[in-house]
Design a protein around this ligand. Sequence first.
Ligand SMILES: Nc1nc2c(ncn2[C@@H]2O[C@H](COP(=O)(O)OP(=O)(O)OP(=O)(O)O)[C@@H](O)[C@H]2O)c(=O)[nH]1
Ligand SMILES: [Mg+2]
Length: 259
Amino acid sequence: MSAPSPAPRTVSVVCPTFQEGASIATFLERIRSAHPRFGPVRLAELIFVDDGSTDGTLTTLRDAERTWTSPRVVLIVRDRKAGTVSAQVLGIQRSTSPIVVTMDADGQHPADTIARLAEAWEPGIDLVVASRYVPGGSVDWEFAHRAVISAGARAISRIALPGARRLTDPLSGFFLVRKELVADPPMKEPGYKVLLYVLARHPRARLREIPYEMGTRIAGESKLVRGLGFVPSFLKELARYRRLARSQTASVPSAADSR
Ligand SMILES: Nc1nc2c(ncn2[C@@H]2O[C@H](COP(=O)(O)OP(=O)(O)OP(=O)(O)O)[C@@H](O)[C@H]2O)c(=O)[nH]1
Ligand SMILES: [Mg+2]
């Protein structure tokens, strides 16, 4: 007897963008060519939250918004650079599917992994995280010092936030989340990592990790980490998330609570 085929599921994808003019067309093309291989996973829409890029990103995205039908492309433009956390949360809130994948638009997150995240999800699971650090996962750092900074940030996150200890890759920017978990607007201050926010907001979330091979940027420059200048605000972010995690009560609306 053959194995039952996986249940069909629909997922939305959310991408924050800022000055990705050199990468965005290739990124879109990669999604378009991977989509037919998604099997039972249907992409409802690709939602881009852009903070006023001036390098052609918006022209490419507006064109896709006009012409793409399956998946649809939805573009939200904010009037100032306000960081990836609030951009991702806004995109998730606007999605039409109950499960949403958030990923970067610079090509580091492979398009095929969207379907693998959705296949690893099942009712009762709150978060499926694509990890560089489980067997089968990998990361090809462009510069050696980034590996050291990333390892340090990961270690500090795990010390500060109990939720981060539950994952091998708590700083991953590539994961699937039940939309319901991101119902509330995030704290006002811009942050670096939406996954830390979700883990702090929902300490009892039901988690899964799958491996992925993180690639290099298609083009352009990283907007986030330049040297160690980010350290003070990252530590403040962790302190805020630690307080948030502590303030959460047993009434967290995770799937674990709703059964
Ligand atoms: N809307 C919005 N998007 C942003 C902002 N900063 C970065 N992004 C986008 O967020 C994603 C991640 O940014 P990156 O600069 O690649 O940061 P990173 O992946 O953590 O760092 P690298 O590993 O160096 O690439 C990309 O799709 C960026 O275009 C921002 O302030 N607002
Ligand atoms: Mg990147």
